[in-house]
Write a protein that binds this ligand. Structure first.
Ligand SMILES: [Cu+2]
Length: 135
């Protein structure tokens, strides 16, 4: 009983240290337009990051993201508010496809909103990124 308590305490402490020390490295990707007129981006969803986490796409051209979950157990999702619409999809091991056509330029944040009680959210651990829509 006591041993379990200390293990839980250690786990919480390790999580806090991880959250504080975790330095987010920016991985930029500039999408190119495929022959069929779609700008496709492959995104890796790991624990706790998106790779790439800074994606540049063009406005008014269909975009397709294929997001693949790397972790076996830890669930992750993809949340993005763009064009005044909220996109929220769970990410599978096989890959989740997200399609939209950005209509306005600017920077839009995407993230994973998963969170265990008492622990920092995945977003707080670094699982977020920016989509920059350019002309
Ligand atoms: Cu997550």
């Amino acid at each position: 009983m006591r041993r379990k308590f200390y293990l839980i305490l250690l786990f919480i402490f390790a999580n806090i240290v991880f959250a504080i020390q975790h330095e987010r490295i920016e991985k930029k990707y500039i999408a190119h337009i495929d022959a069929d007129g779609v700008q496709r981006v492959n995104i890796k969803a790991g624990s706790y990051y998106f790779d790439p986490n800074y994606i540049v796409i063009k406005a008014n051209i269909p975009a397709e993201f294929l997001i693949v979950r790397e972790s076996v157990v830890t669930p992750h999702n993809f949340v993005l508010k763009i064009n005044g619409t909220l996109i929220k999809e769970d990410i599978t091991k096989e890959g989740t496809k997200i399609r939209f056509t950005p209509t306005e330029t600017g920077k839009f944040e995407f993230y994973c909103d998963k969170k265990l009680p008492l622990f920092p959210s995945h977003k707080e651990k670094g699982m977020w990124g920016i989509i920059e829509v350019i002309k």
